[in-house]
Design a protein around this ligand. Sequence first.
Ligand code: DQQ
Length: 576
Amino acid sequence: MGLLRCITVFILVCFLSVIHHNGVEGSHIVYRGLQSISTSGVKHLHRTGYHFQPPKNWINEYATAPMYYNGMYHLFYQYNPKGAVWGNIVWAHSVSADLINWKALEPAIYPSKFFDKYGCWSGSATIIPGKGPIILYTGIVDTQNTQVQCYAIPVNRSDPYLRTWIKPNFKNPIAIAEKTINGSAFRDPTTAWLGKDGQWRMLVGGRNFNIGMAHLYRSKDFLNWVLAENPIHSANTGMWECPDFYPVSLCGKKGLDLTSIGEENVKHVLKNSLDLTRYDYYTIGTYSSAQDKYVPDNTSEDGWGGLRYDYGNFYASKSFFDPSKKRRVLWGWANESDAAQDDIKKGWAGIQAIPRKVWLDSNGKQLVQWPVEELNSLRGKKVKMGNQKLQKGDYIKVEGITAAQADVEVSFSFSSLKKAEEFDPSWKNAQELCGKKGSKVEGGVGPFGLLTLASEKLEEFTPVFFRIFKAPHNKHVVLMCSDASSSSLKKQGLYKPSFAGFVDVDLADKKLSLRSLIDHSVVESFGAGGKTNILSRVYPTLALMNKAHLFVFNNGTEPIQVENLNAWSMKSAIMN
Ligand code: DQQ
């Protein structure tokens, strides 16, 4: 990192830390005057067809306590029943048999006790062998946002929907901030795991000055919890929200449940949602159960330059083990990129990314994600394109599907990398690079990819594309972009970033693949089989419904071959 960039980042960290040191820390922007303005009518314009959303109002952390129990998937999410901005938070609850079609139930957890009078914030579910599920969540006890950890249990665990939850008075709250802990930065308990020593363990996100951390608690009975002397891990990154800690198998895509934590033949993943950047970062590393310590591998950087689940709009995610398909499933929340006033007008805010299966890449250095297979049940009419050459400047329309609500899988190939542009090693920041070298800036190998949500005459479009650079020692750098800068003619109040990430992929076969899930105001893309993923929120004004189009394009001098493209119109899911 250049000296100037280091200084800028340092100043930014200090500035943001100062804001966060005012004693009351909440993480979401609070619009007191707006949070209880009830919705006068829901605008359907940019609502999604198959990405989860409730009928109206604000959601965040859709994936608070995801779980599979007795044949049903449960989703609880942070919800404002009174308005379209953050506030009045309760745990809304939906259930599904397939992770795609959802039935809304009444809120499961809402303020009702002295320990959660001012809010029921995020948490997790743990299924206790022989006893059933228990939810751990953060209660807000006062107007200073003082946070404590609480528990709730279902009234009737043989109810397939687990509709009603209670918070027993006995031992609730189970953890309050001790003197060493900052009580307004102490939240989001993880799923607990049972150690080989017979003790349960859970993590709670926290911050001490600028050090983000995952506090470790132990319990013999799930009711009496004792703070361990040291956090399981910490780093100089600012507050850690919604930590998630789980084992991954060293070979294959099979998921593991938390009983494998601490085993020798597995790796461990620690994910933190960094409040200062509002992105989800993870490291891959080793956990020693003897010391109760997690240490990231030296290939996994801790902090703002580290690996991200998604290089777009994806935050406060949570994973769970799905025993029915022996997989780990990851959920993330995608906030709006428009202004709070827009959200009030449209009567809703926040969607959920498509649930993703997650596993360790064969290189052992990163995770790979892919939409759960159940999504394919929504695929309708299919069109294909194959052996289509794209010369520099070609834009070829993919006809015959509903391009505003579609699933596209494409594999591109090229015959040589000779024309790739030189990579300047000072280009550390993919998003900055994509901002400079957008889809229209001519390159050598790339930019090539998909033009999603495009209007007929290309006044609006969201390109998802690759650009390949030549690096020293015969290596190549692959940049993947999802660029919202031309996504909408609307000028005011929209955040239109050139989201981007580098893709660690072997180009020996001279091929790159891409999948994009397009859904009216979201383009969720998976590069190189899910190695680098980017979700963008966009608000077209022209590229709407049947006026939206899909293209393949190439703006590099090296011709690109569309080897195989399959695109499907997507049916709408049953959504709450
Ligand atoms: N949102 C919740 C908190 C969490 C934050 C409150 C993350 O529990 O830390 O709605 O966005």
